[in-house]
Design a binder for this molecule. Structure first.
Ligand SMILES: Nc1ncnc2c1ncn2[C@@H]1O[C@H](COP(=O)(O)OP(=O)(O)O)[C@@H](O)[C@H]1O
Ligand SMILES: [Mg+2]
Length: 266
């Protein structure tokens, strides 16, 4: 009897330490990137992927989900907030990633903002009247949670979170909205990438609090080097993780993103 209790205790402790293992990684499977990340993204954490338009945020985050499904047997949820899902599917098919097929096979859930984008300014929920904003965030969180439990998803992408957050006025409200979303994502225990558009008016001012809330930040940039543009990736921050934080070149090709972890930029 006592030994059975001890056994159970040990099992609980093993699970607990497993959940808090600082070295647990979720490999992105993106060539070269896991080397910078010391094996992958920290498991169950929220990572901010930030960069200007056209830097490859949507490609990188789709590649993270597709690799998860095909190479690591981890289902995913993709929340597309700026583009409709047909559009994302068409674009990603260029890289050989058939998102609709993965969706039909219940490996991937594709959620889009259109159900919440065209809501009236006030909505009746039972006897209560709530504002559009409160409702849309709550609806989105519900949609994410039910997809995660339906698929047992281990990876989530929200791309980009900027639109959602900027529907709120004032920094305090924006922060609250983001905290709410991040807490809901953290509750799922999935490894999450949320993307933000960098060159959005007013965004720079708000970068700090977003970075503060996320577990890590990956920055994508295009630098002018002589007459050509160079794509550069940098792991700006990753809490409690030894990472390579030097800027490194990356390419976008017909197979997706490839990072060159040994090449320096300057
Ligand atoms: N087959 C391809 N080969 C090389 N570059 C590509 C290819 N397809 C798209 N791109 C590049 O990818 C970028 C768009 O990536 P995307 O992930 O949509 O950017 P973001 O989401 O950051 O706005 C564009 O700069 C485009 O030039
Ligand atoms: Mg995009």
């Amino acid at each position: 009897m006592i030994s059975a209790v001890l056994e159970a205790d040990r099992a609980v402790m093993a699970t607990a330490s497993g959940n808090h293992n600082a070295n647990s990684r979720t490999p992105t499977g993106i060539p070269g990137l896991d080397k910078l990340l010391n094996g992958g993204l920290p498991k169950g954490r929220i990572i901010l992927l930030t960069g200007g338009p056209g830097t490859g945020k949507t490609i990188l985050s789709s590649q993270f989900l597709v690799n998860g499904i095909l190479d690591y047997d981890e289902n995913g949820v993709y929340v597309s907030l700026d583009e409709n899902k047909q559009h994302v599917c068409e674009e990603m098919l260029d890289f050989g990633w058939d998102l609709s097929d993965l969706e039909s096979n219940k490996k991937l859930a594709l959620l889009e903002a259109s159900p919440i984008r065209y809501l009236p300014s006030e909505i009746k929920v039972g006897k209560l009247t709530v504002g559009r904003r409160e409702f849309s965030m709550a609806t989105l969180i519900d949609m994410i949670k039910s997809s995660v439990s339906e698929l047992g998803a281990k990876r989530i992408v929200v791309d980009p979170v900027t639109t959602l957050v900027f529907q709120y006025e004032g920094q305090a409200q924006q922060r609250t909205a983001l905290v709410e979303l991040i807490e809901a994502l953290a509750d799922t225990d999935a490894t999450c990438i949320i993307t933000t558009e960098l060159r959005r008016p007013g965004f720079e001012r708000n970068v700090d609090y977003e970075e503060y809330l996320a577990h890590g930040v990956i920055l994508l940039q295009q630098l002018q080097v002589g007459k050509s543009l160079l794509r550069v990736i940098q792991i700006e921050k990753m809490r409690k993780t030894p990472v390579d934080n030097q800027p490194r070149p990356y390419r976008i090709t017909e197979t997706g993103i490839e990072v060159f972890p040994r090449e320096s930029v300057l």
